[in-house]
Every structure is written in C-alpha cells, then in structure tokens.
Design a protein around this ligand. Structure first.
Ligand SMILES: Nc1nc2c(ncn2[C@@H]2O[C@H](COP(=O)(O)OP(=O)(O)OP(=O)(O)O)[C@@H](O)[C@H]2O)c(=O)[nH]1
Ligand SMILES: [Mg+2]
Length: 254
C-alpha cells in the first residue's frame, strides 16, 4: 500500500543517516547505548528525560543526523551516545519486517542495551521474551543488557532502585520516565558500567622509587618493565581509571 511505501522510504533514509553516524562514532570512540524494548514501554519518554534538548543542540557531530541519537555526558566526563530505537512488536506487517530489522542494526552496534519494560503491564514477560528473540535474530544478544523497569508510578510500593547481582553489577533499574523519579539512577549505572576504562602509560622511575615500582605491580597491569643503566626502571603500565591517583604520585602528566 501507499502507507507502507512511505514508511519504507522513511526507514531507508534513517538507515542511511545511521550508517554515517556509526562511522563518525567509531572514529570518536564514544560509547553507545541503545534503548530497546517493546512498543509503548516508554523508550522515547526515557530518552527525552535523560537527554533534554540542550544536550542535542550542543553537539555538532550528530546534530544533523538521525534525531533519535543524542550525545549524553556523564558526570565523570565520559560521553555516551544514546539511541532511541523503534519499538518491537509481535505482529509486524510482513512487508515491514526487513526494513525494521535494518533500523535495529543500531542496537547491534551498541556497547550496552537498556531494555525498557512497562513494569505495569501484565504481559511484560511475554514482551520481554519477544524483545530478546528479536535481539537474537539481529545478533545483539551478546551485548550487555540492563533491564529498566519503567512506569513504577503505576505500581504500588515500588521506589526507584537498582537491583544488582552478586558481583555488584547492575541488572535492573526501577524508575518512572514520566515522573522523572529514578532517572538519575541510569546515569549512576552508566557511570559504573563505562567507568572501568583503562589507559596505557609509559613510566620512568629512578633508583630511589622502588616503593612506587612495587605499587605499580600491585595497582596496575605492568606490560613491560626494564632496568635502565642508572638502576631505575622503564615501564609500560595499564591503569584502571580508578587508580589514576598513582599517576599523580609518580608525577606522570597525562
Ligand atoms: N505512567 C507512565 N506512563 C509512561 C511512563 N513512561 C512512558 N509512559 C507513557 O507510555 C506511552 C508510551 O511511551 P513512549 O515513550 O512513546 O514509548 P516507546 O517505548 O517509545 O514506544 P514506541 O516508540 O512505540 O516503541 C506514552 O503515553 C507515555 O506517556 C511512565 O514512567 N509512567
Ligand atoms: Mg518511541
């Protein structure tokens, strides 16, 4: 029909823009996070609650691309690109399946999926299964996923919270995108998820810095360690961001 042709044209255009955006993001090495979930779960509402319009306007790189991509800066300075995606539905018109799948490629390229769920729906389990099935089909099932139980304003006795597994990793976040309660927990979750970055640094220590030499073995990953002619050390070490204090101690300027 005419309507389906129009939708297909729009999807093709979005797909082309996303392709260009992906290349730009790979180059800029930002993290990408995709909101996925069943239709009506509240993805777009959460997307707007998290990003706000000022963030969008500030970004040169993506401003002209697909409007469902926004740059999102965390408090620790890390920048993520947040993507809203089309809602998953059970009975997609056959003619649209392929086109929708291709726009979902965005989700395949994500570093993290936020699976938005309407926690007030009695069918939420079936919907989650549907979404996870589609993720398998598009090859996105290996991407780390955090579940976002949205619409807690419609539940009784549920406050915003993060459920964690035994390792302390966030598994579920409970919030209301509409009222805004709990949306800041998303930022907390993203910060800890992406806050584990490491950096490689060349370090030179003199002979009197044996204590630091030992500390590096304790708090960083030593990639190489050579004694120089003065009895000091030339090292290459990999730091977790949380151990950056050691760099200050050594006096290495980044
Ligand atoms: N009560 C309540 N309603 C919400 C909440 N979040 C979203 N909604 C409502 O749910 C409906 C769907 O929200 P959307 O954000 O458009 O959902 P979506 O997941 O983007 O839907 P698709 O784009 O179709 O996949 C809207 O009427 C929202 O106002 C929430 O936290 N609480
Ligand atoms: Mg939406």
């Amino acid at each position: 029909s005419n309507r389906i042709r129009l939708i297909k044209q729009r999807l093709a255009k979005v797909e082309k823009q996303r392709e260009q955006g992906r290349g730009a993001r790979k180059r800029s090495e930002t993290f990408s996070v995709s909101l996925v979930g069943y239709t009506n779960a509240g993805k777009s509402t959460l997307f707007n609650a998290l990003t706000g319009s000022d963030v969008y306007a500030a970004d040169q790189l993506f401003a002209t691309l697909d409007p469902t991509l926004r740059r999102f800066e965390l408090k620790n300075g890390e920048v993520v690109v947040l993507a809203d995606t089309v809602g998953f539905i059970r009975h997609l018109p056959h003619a649209l399946v392929a086109a929708f799948r291709s726009t979902l490629q965005e989700a395949c390229d994500a570093d993290l999926l936020l699976h938005v769920i309407d926690s007030s729906s009695e069918e939420r389990l079936e919907m989650m299964d549907q979404v996870n099935e589609v993720l398998v089909e598009i090859g996105a099932d290996e991407i780390p996923q955090i579940e976002v139980y949205n619409k807690i304003d419609l539940l009784r006795d549920v406050s915003p919270k993060i459920d964690r597994d035994s390792d302390g990793k966030a598994r579920r976040v409970w919030l209301s995108a509409l009222s805004g309660e709990g949306t800041s927990l998303i930022e907390e979750v993203l910060e800890s998820h992406f806050g584990k970055r490491t950096e490689e640094v060349a370090v030179q220590l003199n002979v009197s810095q044996a204590r630091l030499h030992a500390q590096l073995f304790e708090h960083a990953k030593v990639l190489s360690d050579e004694v120089d002619e003065n009895g000091g050390w030339n090292m290459v070490v990999e730091f977790h961001q949380r151990n950056r204090w050691l760099l200050d101690e050594i006096g290495v300027k980044k």
